[in-house]
Design a binder for this molecule. Structure first.
Ligand SMILES: *[C@@H]1O[C@H](CO)[C@@H](O)[C@H](O)[C@H]1NC(C)=O
Ligand SMILES: *[C@@H]1O[C@H](CO)[C@@H](O)[C@H](O)[C@H]1NC(C)=O
Length: 430
């Protein structure tokens, strides 16, 4: 479903600074099977339908049933299985496992200005609630996306931190996609009668505009709604980086340095135990050469869509030398994904020249099996044997070792500065 909800920045500002002093943690008591309804959160009303952890107001019965099933499925996956702090617990409470627990309210509305759904919060109660346009109630890309916002609100640490702001949309879309497609949520989907659908990944944007800052909230041109495959990569952790895996996004909130206004990449530097953020991002982009990130459908979708992706990153200077186009220079933690053309078996030799800090990788795909192997450039160079049954792509990522503080809604010159480079290639052409 391509009707991604547009969540206007005003709601982020509305949340800024609402954080009250947490109350002292109370004794741990067991989470009840059914939470208490709280009609004071949002406008309330007399027309509603309940499930154990949610209440949907003002929807027709079928739409309410459908929304409740996917919300319960998402709750079961993210809270019960993956251990995220419950959406039933007040934002204002320091407790992670002591009630009271309240249902999350969802209001079906006829219209929202410029959005299919929006997450709101009641600062006094410390409870998030959702408004969803009626026709989208049964669409996980809207309803579970908005629940994703409620989830990260209730994790507490990203709230009021402007440098996480643009990442909220990335996270909410990752929650929606993980709920609908990931094996991690398969049991939860089955338990609530849901079948996964998997068409949300926007490869022409993610790959075709991979030169952009990794999470960029710029109006109309940004990638913050599309950048979530990076989170899928961290979660699936196909390269076995220490500290990463199915708990990574949760840990990006648990280990967020309180009130520091750091970016999620700063947190990632602590969550990852034996790799720098630059190494992780460099390998992520190498894997995006063929969408090889452990997502159930992305690899096949890449093959179907590759002809419509913009790969025009370099200008030929003759004699196998190429220079990156100035408008496509990789910005902070962005990349160029450069398919190479070989003819029969070849030894492809690459030499990159730049003064910038980058990660260079050659991704080599077996065209009969789809399996991809990765060769990292060393001292700017690699020599890779590519057989007649393989194809290769060069990936150059702008990967400073240390993360930079930046606000995705207001990019600073230190993150928009592109990586300038030239590359000579023998054994293949671009
Ligand atoms: C990092 O840690 C993981 C998990 O312990 C391990 O599998 C991997 O080999 C380590 N990588 C390096 C480069 O040390
Ligand atoms: C590609 O995969 C096929 C099928 O497993 C295998 O026979 C072939 O050797 C592979 N090609 C290379 C270059 O590894």
């Amino acid at each position: 479903m391509k009707s991604n909800p547009i969540l206007l920045p005003f709601f982020l500002y509305a949340l800024a600074g609402v954080r009250a002093a947490p109350q002292a943690a109370r004794a741990v008591d067991a989470e009840p099977a059914t939470f208490t309804a709280n009609a004071n959160v949002g406008p309330g009303g007399s027309s509603f339908k309940d499930s154990d952890h949610f209440r949907v107001y003002n929807a027709d019965s079928a739409a309410a049933t459908s929304a409740l099933a996917m919300l319960e499925g998402a709750y079961e996956c993210f809270v019960t299985k993956l251990g995220w702090r419950s959406s039933g617990l007040s934002y204002n409470s320091a407790a992670d496992a002591a009630g009271p627990w309240y249902k999350t309210n969802i209001y079906s509305v006829s219209t929202l200005e410029g959005a299919a759904g929006v997450m709101q919060s009641d600062a006094t109660a410390g409870l998030g609630y959702l408004e969803v346009v009626a026709e989208y109630l049964s669409t996980p890309g809207v309803t579970v996306h908005e629940f994703g916002h409620a989830l990260h609100y209730h994790q507490q640490t990203w709230v009021g931190q402007g440098n996480t702001g643009a990442w909220w949309e990335t996270l909410a879309n990752w929650v929606a996609d993980t709920y609908t497609t990931s094996d991690l949520c398969a049991d939860a989907r089955t338990a609530h009668g849901e079948t996964g659908t998997a068409d949300a990944i926007e490869l022409p944007k993610v790959i075709g505009d991979s030169f952009q800052v990794i999470v960029d909230g710029s109006v109309d041109t940004g990638n913050y709604y599309q950048a979530w495959p990076f989170f899928t990569y961290l979660t699936n952790n196909p390269d076995n980086f220490g500290g990463l895996g199915s708990d990574t996004l949760h840990q990006l909130m648990v280990q967020y340095s309180k009130d520091s206004n750091e970016t999620p990449l700063h947190t990632l530097a602590r969550v990852a135990s034996n790799a720098t953020v630059g190494e992780i991002v460099g390998r992520y982009w190498a894997r995006m050469a063929y969408a090889d990130i452990g997502h159930p459908t992305a690899k096949d979708l890449f093959i179907a869509q590759r002809d419509s992706i913009n790969f025009a990153n370099l200008d030929s200077q003759g004699s196998g030398s190429y220079k990156v186009k100035s408008a496509r220079q990789p910005k902070y933690m962005g990349s160029n994904i450069i398919p190479l053309t070989t003819s029969g078996a070849a030894t492809v030799a690459i030499k990159v020249t730049t003064t910038g800090v980058y990660t260079g990788t050659v991704a080599v795909r077996n065209t009969s099996t789809g399996a991809v192997r990765y060769v990292t450039l060393s001292s700017g160079a690699a020599s890779v044997k590519v057989s007649a049954s393989e194809e290769a792509t060069l990936v150059i990522a702008n990967t400073p070792a240390e993360p930079i503080l930046y606000d995705g809604f207001s990019l600073s010159s230190d993150v928009t500065k592109g990586l300038d480079y030239t590359v000579t290639i023998s054994g293949a052409t671009v």
